[in-house]
Design a protein around this ligand. Structure first.
Ligand code: G6P
Length: 587
């Protein structure tokens, strides 16, 4: 999705906004733009491609001015072109806005503005906002009043920042799209996400839906329903090093390597809260785990673990499909919504359906203050630190680790769970060692020319296969598909040809999966075994420790590394796969 950022303070805004935009690029990177107020005039630069393209204009880079806004785009309305890049301006070119979200009443607003003779220059829904503010400025006394009236006309989701050439303020508003404010010593940042200003401050203010913020060099005020409201300043415990690559070429590898620590942090939870949550699990009549993408795969892994460790049945549902099951929701249902960002629209939508039915809601997120966190009665934080690569790696394993811990708590075996998981630290360290990475890199070499990769597993290993397939396809663009071992013979076996790479996840004494591997091998498949034991049927063996019910936390790691090398060896950017965004805030 798009990323937006604004700065108002005592420093030159342009470099701060550029730097912030780079840290928001994971939200979208098909075009970018900046507007700065300089000598009571708007100076705007936008271009298709990555934020770095904005640096190409040395004249613009000298622009002074202490107020500015920026945007990095993931196209929804309108193709990727300079005209559709933000910021957008009104007819007078005095007002500039940036927007993340979707306006549902776009057509109606556009035809109304065209009747009023507005000159609309782009295909976007966002541009209309600037023109609506322009309209209201004709009848309202202040920029804030006009902005606030304009918002009443918008249906859909938005995080918006607006500036006006002759005003020393930034106005912001949010509804169902993320927006957070940072208070630094030299000025105020307002942005889609904290990493964009973490280098300057850890003091953040979270907004509620419907809030309007007015920020100036002197500070900020928040309004809700036209009255001033207090929103507290919180301190985030993220570290600025976490939003830098350090010695790594890419965030993806850095974040894979961090898993030794992130797993430990994920299970450091307040025991009183965790025990309360356990009671909610035990008393619930119907439990749903809901998520999207990798978070959905974590939900699936969690359901197996809950079945085996706590003898509890859990329904697993994609966020976007959840409404189909609303007939089964009652006030006694427990809905556990899982999301790295806490902003995924489909997951938020599911929670809103559940809330209407009076269900109990537990949310598990990585981003403090995120929308999902505020929707739940109880929320647990993954504590993985900011994840900058578009692909989920460390947050996926943290989600599975935390769900596994909860399964142990529900089984009244909290200490057992902690002790079991402590054994993982060293194992993850070994799995991410240089020797292991080199071993996997050798496997990646011949695989870069593969058109298809198939992955199989049974039980927990099936859920790992699903997540592993997602990693491979989203970063290397190789078609990868996962199956439960038993399903292969029901169709997919027809696709196996001489040399087709097939990754098999093995744990315990699961001989049935080896039987499936024989079926593949006899049709020419090349077998890559992710397994504690060597087997003569493997053409390539990735040794993983036997950790039983914790296997989905660690068996994914070699395939995260494999995916990384597949991308790098193909000359692709693993942090920014094409067409994808980290946080998908539209349905
Ligand atoms: C996007 C990302 C995925 C992620 C999914 C859910 O599609 O590219 O990596 O798994 O959203 O995100 P969430 O923030 O809800 O975990």
């Amino acid at each position: 999705m798009c990323g937006i950022i604004g700065y108002v303070g005592s420093r030159t805004a342009l470099p701060l906004i550029l730097e912030g935009l780079k840290n928001l690029e994971y939200r979208g990177y098909d075009s970018a733009g900046i507007a700065v107020i300089s000598n009571d005039q708007l100076r705007i630069k936008k271009d298709v491609g990555r934020v770095d393209r904005l640096l190409a204009d040395p004249n613009f880079n000298k622009t002074k001015g202490v107020i500015g806004i920026g945007h990095t785009r993931w196209a929804t309305h309108g193709k990727v072109c300079v005209e559709n890049a933000h910021p957008h301006t009104d007819c007078t070119e005095k007002i500039a806005i940036v927007h993340n979200g979707i306006l549902e009443n776009f057509r109606e607003l556009k035809s109304e503005l065209l009747k009023r003779k507005h000159i609309i220059r782009s295909e976007t829904d966002s541009e209309l906002i600037a023109h609506i503010i322009e309209e209201y400025l004709k009848i309202k006394p202040t920029f804030l009043d006009a902005f606030s009236e304009a918002l009443k006309r918008l249906e859909g989701s938005y995080a918006i920042l607006a500036i006006k050439a002759d005003e020393k303020v930034i106005l912001g508003a949010k509804k169902s799209s993320p927006l957070v404010l940072g208070v630094s010593e030299h000025g105020i940042f307002i942005s889609s996400d904290i990493p964009s200003f973490l280098e300057h401050t850890k003091n953040v203010v979270y907004f509620h839906d419907g809030d309007i913020v007015k920020a100036s060099p002197d500070g900020f005020n928040v309004f809700s329903n036209e009255a001033k409201v207090h929103r507290p300043i919180d301190t985030i415990d993220w570290d600025v090093e976490q939003v830098k690559k350090g010695d790594f070429d890419h965030f993806m590898l850095k974040e894979i390597m961090e898993q030794t620590e992130t797993i430990q942090r994920a299970i450091q939870q307040d025991e009183t809260i965790v025990k309360q949550i356990s009671e909610a699990f035990k008393s619930a009549k119907g439990i749903f785990f809901v998520g999207c993408g990798s978070s959905y795969h974590a939900c699936l892994a969690g359901s197996y673990v809950f079945s085996k460790i706590s003898n509890l049945h859990v329904n697993v549902c994609l966020g976007s499909e959840f409404e189909n099951f609303e007939h089964f929701l009652t006030p006694e249902t427990l809905v556990v919504a899982i999301s790295q960002s806490g902003e995924t629209a489909d997951t938020l939508g599911a929670v809103r359906v559940a809330k209407k039915k009076g269900c109990k809601i537990l949310t598990i997120v990585n981003v403090m203050g995120s929308s999902l966190m505020r929707e739940g009665e109880v929320s647990l934080l993954l504590k993985a630190g900011p994840e900058m690569c578009v692909l989920s790696t460390k947050t996926y394993t943290s989600q599975v680790a935390l769900l596994t811990l909860l399964a142990f708590v529900v089984a009244d075996r909290l200490e057992d769970g902690k002790n079991e998981m402590k054994k993982l630290w060293l194992e993850i360290y070994k799995l991410t060692s240089r020797t292991m990475r080199e071993h996997i890199r050798k496997l990646a070499h011949p695989m870069i020319n593969a058109e298809h990769v198939y992955l199989i597993g049974r039980g927990l290993q099936y859920t790992t296969a699903l997540e592993a397939a997602l990693k491979i396809k989203e970063v290397s663009y190789i078609h990868a598909e996962a199956f439960a071992g038993g399903e292969l013979k029901h169709g997919t076996l027809a696709l196996i040809e001489e040399g087709t790479p097939c990754i098999v996840f093995v744990s315990g004494e699961n001989n049935k999966i080896i039987q499936n591997v024989h079926e593949i091998k006899s049709r020419g498949g090349v077998i890559i075994g992710v397994s504690p034991q060597q087997n003569e049927i493997f053409d390539f063996w990735i040794k993983v420790p036997e950790v039983g019910l914790l296997s989905s936390i660690i068996q994914i790691i070699p395939i995260q590394i494999l995916s990384y090398y597949l991308a790098v060896l193909k000359g692709l950017d693993p942090d920014r796969p094409r067409h994808l965004a980290k946080s998908v805030t539209v349905e």
